[in-house]
Design a protein around this ligand. Structure first.
Ligand code: 4NP
Length: 205
């Protein structure tokens, strides 16, 4: 609005000196803004273009954050009546074959979600062709995924919190070295991201 007022003043000033044909800069700015909104809406529409959606959630070790994301995504999708393939994996194979961290199992169970049956696995090159969307928990995971992605990669890469209102670009912090409350905060952030992701898929956003 400040910009528009500036342009209005400038236009009035120039009109006073006879520049009647000056384009309405305010309209130009508004059109540019609307074009941006349209492009954003189009990007979101791609989520609902009829293709089968398969989502892979990724964190570093695949024992704390991404198992929560997988578990809550399945749970929330089920509540919404959506059948969407979901899986999770780690950038590293340090915990391959292991169940999720007990603290993640506990904070999920407190919300009625059972993630105890999941097993850690590393991201593999085939994931970039198998999944339509790969959702990273933090920016370092996203960087690692971008470096691994083959050219012509099918999967769309994003951060989980890109899908949460007002949290785009933010990390779901690694709770591994934290106390119990770090896992509770992690679960709450994961839930916000997962719900936003489902809204995008459902086209409600
Ligand atoms: P996650 O957390 O990436 O959310 O599974 C971690 C789990 C294990 C380690 C680091 C982060 N670790 O160093 O073993």
């Amino acid at each position: 609005r400040g910009l528009c007022n500036g342009f209005r003043l400038l236009r009035a000033f120039l009109r006073a000196f006879g520049h009647h044909l000056l384009p309405d800069a305010c309209v130009v700015v508004r059109l540019g803004y609307q074009k941006g909104r349209l492009a954003q809406a189009r990007r979101q529409m791609k989520w609902v273009s009829g293709m089968t959606v398969r989502i892979l959630f990724v964190c570093l070790g695949n024992i704390c954050r991404s198992p929560l994301a997988e578990g809550f995504f399945r749970h929330e999708a089920g509540l919404a009546g959506l059948e969407i393939e979901a899986d999770s994996a780690g950038i590293r194979d340090w915990h391959e074959g292991n169940p999720p961290d007990k603290r993640s199992i506990k904070v999920a169970a407190a919300h009625g979600v059972d993630i105890a049956g999941q097993r850690s696995r590393p991201v593999v090159p085939e994931d970039f062709a198998r999944f339509t969307h790969i959702v990273a928990m933090d920016r370092s995971n996203l960087e690692a995924l971008s470096a691994m992605a083959p050219t012509g990669c099918v999967a769309r890469l994003s951060l989980l919190l890109d899908h949460a209102e007002g949290l785009a670009g933010q990390d779901v912090a690694d709770p591994w070295h934290g106390r119990a409350d770090a896992f509770e905060r992690c679960r709450d952030e994961v839930l916000l991201g997962v719900r936003g992701l489902l809204r995008h898929i459902g086209g409600a956003n």
